[in-house]
Write a new protein. Sequence first.
Length: 207
Amino acid sequence: MAHHRFRGALTGAILSVSALAGSGCAPNAATAMPGMQMDRGSVQRAMTGWDPAAQEAATFMMGKYGPPASMTADMMVWNRTGPWKRTIIYREAVPHSFPMAHPDVMEQFIDYRAPLDRYDELAMYDGSVIVERTKGEMSARCDKEGANFLALNLAHEIATAGRTPEDARRMYGEQIKLMKAGQMTPYTSGLMFAPPTSGNDPDRPIM
């Protein structure tokens, strides 16, 4: 079966930090006033009880891209930062054993349209690479931005250049070893391709 997951719309599920503060619903938001954007310290206080990997990922994102655009008790979101269409950090981690045991807490999205005959190969490559045909997005979920760059670079090679899932998995493991040793490569330093401005595929009616 093609790897295609529907995701509930974030609209309405994610409230702006200022709205949360104004309604009194923001977790640990005593210092957040209506209309005031939470600073790094406020966000870190609001993350009390979050998975340690999520807190580490959020600290990295705030250091590189600034505070999130919005936050709830279970996630925080950045929009249009660097090459990313959207970044979500989740309070709870998803255990992932490839290429070694680690927590998936940070999902990063780009616009993308994958060839339909490559969906199965993308699913076999990495279960934390998610392709959404109708919405026209592809995302990678890990705990490090470098690993997400790597995951999507290899996914793009599977989709366009015929790299096999098996070879991509081997390459992924080799690149992660280098990254953990402090050796960043083009695969882990950024996207090696330009995402389209839109990848959505609304399909066609049959009635």
